[in-house]
Design a protein around this ligand. Sequence first.
Ligand code: PLP
Length: 449
Amino acid sequence: MLTNLQARDVETLVHPYTNLVAVRETGPLILERGKGVWVHDVDGKPYLEGMAGLWCTALGYGNEELVEAAAAQMRKLPFTHIFGGKSHDPAIELAEKLKEMAPVPISKVFFTSSGSEANDTQMKLVWYMNNALGRPKKKKIISRMRAYHGVTIASASLTGLAGNHNDFDLPIAGVRHTTCPHYYRLAEAGETEEDFATRLAADLEALIIAEGPETVAAFIAEPVLGAGGVIVPPKSYYPKIEAVLKKYDVFFIGDEVITGFGRLGTAFGCEALEMKPNSISIAKALSSAYQPIGGVMIPEDMYQAMLQESSKLGSFGHGYTYSGHPVAAAVAVKTLEIYERESIFERVRAKIPQFDARRAALEDHPLVGEARGAGLVGAVELVADKKTKQQFDPKLGLAAKCVAFCQEEGLILRNVFGDAITICPPLVISPAEIDELFDRLTRALDKTL
Ligand code: PLP
């Protein structure tokens, strides 16, 4: 029986990434307020927000400094655009700060309102750059199976999940997907992690050669694949991949939408994984999700190509009304200030051993085949047979059931890609709350048995 609010909800809202039939029966969980890592539903029941919303509320809920930063900017100047030579202080300050923090040489920042828009922009910039460089055929983009890069036509095409393509007539032409670096599932018998990484780099090279290197413009990768099930590639994977990219002059786009700003205990995920992308997409924790904002961090050579194209065409013909929105930018500036002042990334590093140990211990549970992760992000994959890694019949929806038991236990987690359950708490989670999270998850797994 739906509550009044739930009934009004299903009569009016289309929910993203939701079984639109099932939600009409069950109604959504309606949340009302939050403090720290806790959110409360409309009946006052507290839940530990084990997914930081959607991998984004890094500083948790109820951060008054962020509220104040937004309110102050709204009072001063709630909106001005940065088209055609206009600008404002928060956007300038934010771009300066991001340049300072960048893990690879970055020349300029282009702002968007989301991660999808950032990756959409990335694709357009690569095309624009290659036109400027006089190589109009070099346009294909290679992504990976199980990657998640967003939902616009371009970024959903880059996404390597069938659920994002089916019946949307995606992916678009010119996008290819190479092997996912998931050792647990895809390693061959007796293959070491090193051999696995070598084979994946060879797969990428074979794909580039098959397509024709003169047609392949870029490769895009999340340091740790997030929504595809939190997959951490073997240590030597990125250096081997990068050697292939260099050989064929393929631009490397890093998608740091989840891993940016401390998730792996470093400012950017690529620093933790020896990955050296040419450009970087950011969003989510950039503002701790208090405002929608994302961006592309652009290297000098790409910027030079943009200058050249813009002077040829008379204008750089790309930008969103809300590119560099002053309120979002002011909140992001404050977020970065808090990360620094409160040593949030160092404090994440200090919490990783406990998080790792509690996560790894879940592999002793009879339902868990792999409990994987890095930093403060992880996933457990449920299997019918731990030895053979045989999966459960998808019709059982076992991980979805477990997530529902988590909710009963007052813990919000997420089921992605088959039987994976993802964990990504706010970075400000305390050691006691980490224990609470894993205790509640263990109880939910026991109920699922
Ligand atoms: N890239 C990655 C790695 C993501 O995880 C996401 C969202 O989860 C996106 C891009 C898309 O971001 P948004 O949902 O803000 O469009």
